[in-house]
Design a protein around this ligand. Structure first.
Ligand SMILES: NC(=O)c1ccc[n+]([C@@H]2O[C@H](COP(=O)([O-])OP(=O)(O)OC[C@H]3O[C@@H](n4cnc5c(N)ncnc54)[C@H](O)[C@@H]3O)[C@@H](O)[C@H]2O)c1
Length: 312
């Protein structure tokens, strides 16, 4: 993607800032973020030329005016805590459903060529027919998952009724630099690294044989760009199509950090899905070919958290 005018909502967050880092190399990027969980420091290392920030909520800003000459919108902004969505579904609906609807309305009324919507594997709930295909029945188990399923449906309806190109990308467990260790997703990786750095024993809930389809954030960024550049519309799993157990993950991190500590095993968390694995064949249609081995990216993530820890 080159010489385009791009909006990244949620661009101060973990995935959004990684997208901005890549897109700013060859494009003009406008970040929209209300700083509810995002941080200015996530983009402060980037070249300011061509990079602009609007502080505010997608639910309140005049998006039609902002999108006037924009080519692509990567809609990453969302409230992302599953438990919080259960305590406060109305706030989540406002940010995640109305926010997405407002992005889509503004996009259809302007020059926007395509919207990439950050959806989530949460829409599958605890469906056990693995690997999960996009046509599996939706089984949202939380207001957050309902928000994402609704966002996908709005995207589809906007494509059908108004001809707005959209893709909904169902991210599985994303990891990488700038991930918030307190985030509701895949926090296991930053948590393991930070525990070692602090000289503490990491906690594993259950027997550690539960598995997840982890994907490095760089591959998520690539998938977003490929999806936007293609003629495809619709829903796509974004994962590696390979599952890793928590025990295997712990062994890899121990090896990188050259330590030999035994984790503390605690009671499994209620509601935790035992296994998660995506079928990633549909995303091949826009050229997404995930590299199944994520050792290098895990090593880079360890280095990033280690240097951040040393600076603090
Ligand atoms: N991290 C994962 O593994 C994962 C998995 C599945 C889906 N997702 C989705 O990917 C997207 C990015 O997630 P993340 O992990 O980077 O989370 P994050 O919390 O780091 O980023 C979300 C960003 O959106 C901003 N934001 C929230 N509400 C906003 C609003 N109303 N207006 C403007 N900005 C707002 C926050 O300040 C933050 O910068 C989210 O939509 C999330 O639901 C993430």
């Amino acid at each position: 993607m080159k010489d385009q005018k791009i909006v990244v909502t949620g661009g101060l967050g973990f995935i959004g800032s990684n997208l901005v880092e890549e897109l700013i190399k060859d494009n003009e990027v406008l970040v929209i973020d209300d700083l509810s969980s995002g941080k200015l420091e996530n983009i402060k290392h980037l070249n300011k030329q061509g990079l602009n920030l609007i502080k505010g909520s997608v639910t309140e800003l005049d998006l039609k005016n902002i999108f006037e000459d924009v080519d692509y919108v990567f809609h990453e902004a969302a409230l992302i805590s599953v438990p919080e969505s259960i305590w406060d579904p109305l706030t989540y609906n406002e940010a995640n459903v109305n926010g997405t609807l407002k992005v889509l309305i503004a996009a259809k009324d302007t020059s926007v060529k395509k919207v990439a919507f950050a959806s989530s594997a949460a829409v599958y709930g605890d469906n056990e027919s693995l690997p999960l295909r996009e046509d599996a029945p939706l089984q949202p188990l939380s207001p957050y998952a309902v928000n994402k399923a609704t966002g996908e449906m709005y995207c589809q309806v906007f494509t059908e009724n108004y001809g707005l190109s959209t893709v909904s990308l169902r991210y599985f467990n994303v990891f990488g630099p700038r991930q918030d260790p307190n985030s509701a997703y895949a926090a296991v990786i930053p948590n393991f690294i930070n525990a070692i750095l602090r000289g503490e024993k990491p906690v594993i809930y259950g027997d550690g044989e539960q598995s997840r389809d982890f994907i490095p954030v760089k591959q998520v960024v690539k998938a977003n760009i490929q999806a936007c550049q293609s003629n495809e519309n619709g829903v796509f799993n974004i994962a590696l199509g390979k599952n890793t157990t928590i025990n295997q993950l712990w062994d890899m991190i121990k090896e990188f950090m050259k330590i030999d500590v035994e984790p503390v095993y605690m009671e499994p968390r209620p509601g935790d899905v035992r296994h998660s694995l995506a079928d990633v064949s549909r995303a091949k249609s826009f050229g997404f070919k995930p590299k199944p081995d994520f050792k290098d990216e895990l090593g880079e993530t360890v280095e990033w958290f280690t240097s951040k820890f040393k600076q603090s």
